[in-house]
Write a protein that binds this ligand. Structure first.
Ligand code: FAD
Length: 435
């Protein structure tokens, strides 16, 4: 029988992804070193890991740094130093035979004349003084953009990504992520091309070398107390003890959770009311196909595909912003994101190739140099209509028991890397004030 070991730490951090590492880093910065990060896998980084196979370097889909705050910029620059480059977005939507610059709703000039006229007419028809708040994502889109833009892009693209009707989603996540220009600006965009790119990702940063993994590697250098291959298998919040790999017990004073909120709650013994509440929380998986071809394709950042004829919803050009991602400069590396858990078969590879060919991204003369699949079972938190009540309830109940949740999955939100770093810093500040 395996012997059991028992230790004690002041702060136990579950998950060694960017949020767990950032929390440890922020504690280290405050000289609070009585912590331990426990990570189930044999390496840290979570979804911010860069994989290298046969000389090709890729992330879990596009992992670009959208830096919105001075604090986030400062933190990232401190960690990456000169290994950081700014890029301008060159993103498009391919739909119904048109190539429309992103965001669609601010580039009506690029639509064919009948569709442009419909979008403008439907937008003008809206009652701009209406004070009625939208109840769901569908109502939000219709209220802001009108039926034309909704039907031409927002509905098909989002239904493909989320795999449900937009009336089943709430609209409390849209703010920073769905560009919402003023009605005046949308109408102006039907007359002329906007002079500068807009939206939260008009420009982005990315490490010059080492992929996005360079960021978590930089963080990890400052984190002393990490245990990998250490999967938390159960937690007793009354006795304040976590079981690791079923044989080690770690006592703690407070707990930081960064793993998906439903998984965390299901590790708790007791707390049946919380377990019942998490059954309402759902996630949308994503499958990623990485493909390299022996040709330099014309530059783009990423392209959205709302039409059902292609199995993917977004294609990004990794080699466009990561020059060290391929062994040969005369090649191109794409990340191709497919909604849900897709069968990883040669038939699906063929469908993807056909889809890329149909859109002129690859040609008959192109040869495949490399391909690899990845899946992310919990990729996008579903903002279903019950989430808005359930998540604050759970976070509040857990905090009463000195459990602090952080990150995209820990707080069950639509979040990104910069926010992980900032949340972690704020959390370390809060923990420093607690006895
Ligand atoms: C397709 C896709 C594209 C994205 N693109 C971007 C982008 O361009 N820019 C951006 O800023 N953000 C992007 N994001 C979001 C970004 O990936 C997340 O915000 C970030 O990675 C979350 O990090 P985390 O540490 O909170 O979670 P994770 O990376 O999921 O880390 C959690 C860690 O916990 C570990 N773990 C799980 N269970 C246990 C257990 N029982 N015991 C111990 N350890 C456990 C896991 O192994 C994992 O390492 C994207 C996300 C997806 C899905």
């Amino acid at each position: 029988m395996a012997s059991t070991k028992t230790t004690h730490v002041r702060t136990l951090i579950i998950g060694g992804g960017i949020t767990g590492l950032s929390t440890a880093y922020a504690l280290e910065q405050r000289k609070d070193t009585d912590y331990l990060v426990v990570e189930a896998q044999d390496h840290v980084g979570g979804l911010c890991v860069t994989t290298c196979q046969k000389g090709y370097q890729f992330d879990f889909g596009g992992h670009l740094l959208h830096l919105h705050t001075a604090q986030g910029k400062k933190l990232i620059k401190k960690l990456l130093g000169t290994n950081l480059q700014r890029h301008t977005r060159h993103a498009f939507i391919y739909t119904n035979g048109m190539q429309v610059p992103y965001p669609f709703q601010q580039n009506l000039w690029a639509l064919y004349p009948e569709l442009r006229a419909l979008c403008v007419e439907e937008l003008k028809r809206l009652n701009s003084c209406s004070k009625i708040s939208p109840n769901n994502f569908e109502e939000w889109c219709l209220k802001l953009f009108g039926y034309g833009i909704y039907e031409a892009f927002l509905r098909p693209y989002n239904e493909k990504l989320w795999g449900c009707a937009l009336s089943e989603l709430s609209c409390d996540w849209c703010g920073p992520f769905v560009p919402a220009p003023l009605r005046k600006e949308i109408l102006q965009s039907a007359q002329r091309k906007p002079t500068k790119p807009t939206g939260y990702n008009a420009s982005f940063y990315y490490p010059k070398k080492g992929g996005i993994g360079a960021l978590v590697n930089a963080l990890a250098q400052h984190v002393t107390h990490v245990r990998t291959k250490a999967k938390v298998t159960s937690i007793d919040l009354t006795k304040k003890v976590a079981q690791i790999n079923k044989q080690t017990f770690i006592h703690f004073d407070r707990l930081v959770n960064t793993i998906p909120l439903p998984d965390f709650v299901n590790l708790l013994n007791a707390n049946t009311h919380l377990k019942k509440a998490v059954t309402a929380l759902k996630a949308r998986p994503v499958t990623i196909y990485h493909l390299a071809i022996a040709r330099n394709v014309p530059h783009f950042s990423w392209i959205y595909f709302p039409d059902q004829t292609q199995p993917f919803y977004r294609v990004g050009l990794q080699s466009g912003f990561a020059s060290d991602s391929m062994p040969s400069k005369k090649s191109s590396l794409f990340y191709i994101e497919l909604p849900g858990l897709v069968p990883q078969t040669s038939a699906m590879e063929e469908r993807i190739w056909q889809g890329l060919h149909q859109k002129g991204i690859v040609s008959c003369e192109d040869t495949k140099l490399f391909s690899a699949w990845q899946t992310i079972p919990c990729a996008y938190v579903m903002f279903n209509t019950t989430r808005a009540q359930t998540v604050p309830f759970l976070l509040n109940e857990l905090e009463k028991q000195q459990v602090y949740c952080a990150g995209r999955y820990g707080r069950w939100e639509y979040s990104f890397m910069e926010r992980s770093l900032i949340q972690a810093d704020q959390l370390a500040q809060k923990l420093a004030k607690l006895v």
